[in-house]
Design a protein around this ligand. Structure first.
Ligand code: NAD
Ligand code: TYD
Length: 350
């Protein structure tokens, strides 16, 4: 039996990756290590958390001794590392949490893998899941390629860039069998409603203002989360050691156009008069250091490993909105407690 540690699998993307691996590979033992921060939610896992090949471990990747002992105990064959602080706005308010989780946490995992594998790397793999935001901001033309120079602008993207560099350094220095992917913006079920899509779905549901940063002209390249999980599966199993793969859906939207689509679909599904939700759009102060445009060229992944997105955006956004409307209890649970305080602090003076 292969033992695979997935970090951060109580979060948005990690839960979809863990579900895929638990169901598709019954002969793997899947361990989910998660600290259960505000973004980690065991409810995301409830359809498979009793599976015989799945185990949850509560713990913090920042705690180096804990991580080393965990690796010594379980002798993992593979690591898929997703645990991170992931929200740009929070990184602007509190960078140090991002430095600790994203940089120190990653190095703790690298050290533990290096220690237990002791240079015997046959059948071993350390997969680091990263973001396209490390490449910085594009102008109106062009794409991010795997060899685009790093140019991060937010504390979040700088901390992810730093972790990517350290993962590569452990490959180049110690021969650690690493692989990295950099993915564009994800949307889909189970995303914490601080990110654009679920935040706006939730606000529309409650007839609350939709805070559009700046003029809403920033461009993001959106990928359905289940397609990201499928890409991670393909790269984990078939990607050559030491390589990087960009993942994206060739699906660029300005924020304002995307928001208008969400408003239209929500009006239809809630039986509201056409144009009702758009009236909630409120332009607010721009995010500091706001990257203008992200766009991924994923042809390396498509050509070398045969991955491609499984669905078009229209279908994906419909499925996504249906999921949030059918899982209002999930939304209500994650927006109780500290969420109101977060919202007040983040949007109160915008
Ligand atoms: P998320 O915030 O939804 O989930 C992060 C998970 O990590 C949570 O379950 C949280 O409890 C856990 N975690 C945080 N700090 C931890 C710590 N110190 N120890 C253990 N667990 C900890 O994030 P997400 O959107 O699912 O992103 C997952 C990964 O994918 C991140 O590394 C992120 O940088 C990357 N990524 C995200 C996107 C996106 O659009 N969301 C795009 C590309 C890459
Ligand atoms: P977000 O979902 O935070 O992802 P990222 O910053 O990692 O791309 O934001 C997506 C885009 O939406 C980004 O350009 C910022 C913008 N945005 C708003 O206009 N209003 C909001 O309330 C949020 C959260 C984001």
């Amino acid at each position: 039996m292969k033992k695979i540690l997935i970090t951060g699998a109580a979060g948005f993307i990690g839960s979809h990756v863990a579900r895929l691996f638990v169901n598709k590979y019954p002969d793997y033992e899947i361990f989910n290590l998660d600290k259960l921060t505000y973004a980690g939610n065991l409810e995301n896992l409830k359809d498979f958390d009793k599976a015989p090949n799945y185990k949850f471990i509560l713990g913090d990747i920042v705690d180096g001794d804990f991580i080393m002992n965990l690796f010594k105990e379980h002798k993992f064959d593979g690591v898929i590392h997703l645990a991170a602080e992931s929200h740009v706005d929070r990184s602007i308010e509190n960078p140090m949490e991002f430095i600790m989780a994203n940089i120190v946490g990653t190095v703790n995992l690298l050290n533990a893998a290096k220690h237990i594998w002791e240079g015997n790397y046959e059948g071993k793999r350390f997969y680091h899941v990263s973001t396209d935001e490390v490449y910085g901001s594009l102008g109106e033309e062009g794409f991010f390629y795997e060899d685009t120079p790093y140019d991060p602008h937010s504390p979040y993207s700088a901390s992810k860039a730093s972790s990517d560099h350290l993962v590569r350094a452990y490959h180049d220095t110690y021969g650690l069998p690493i692989i990295i992917s950099n993915c564009s913006n994800n949307y889909g079920p189970n995303q914490f409603p601080e990110k654009l899509v679920p935040l706006f779905i939730n606000n529309i549901r409650h007839n609350k203002p939709l805070p559009v940063y700046g003029k809403g002209e920033n461009v993001r390249d959106w990928l359905y989360v289940i397609d990201h999980a499928a890409a991670i599966d393909v790269i984990y199993h078939n990607g050559p050691t030491g390589e990087t793969f960009n993942i994206g859906g060739h699906n660029e939207w300005t924020n304002i156009d995307l928001i208008k689509v969400v408003c239209k679909v929500m009006d239809e599904k809630l039986g509201r008069e056409v144009g009702t939700s758009e009236k909630l759009i409120t332009y607010v102060t721009d995010r500091a250091g706001h990257d203008l445009r992200y766009a991924i060229d994923s042809s390396k992944l498509q050509n070398e490993l045969g991955w491609k997105p499984s669905l078009q955006f229209e279908e994906g956004i419909n499925l996504t909105i249906d999921w949030y409307l059918n899982n209002q209890e999930w939304l209500d649970n994650v927006t109780s407690g500290n969420y109101q305080k977060y919202y007040e602090e983040m949007y109160g003076d915008r």
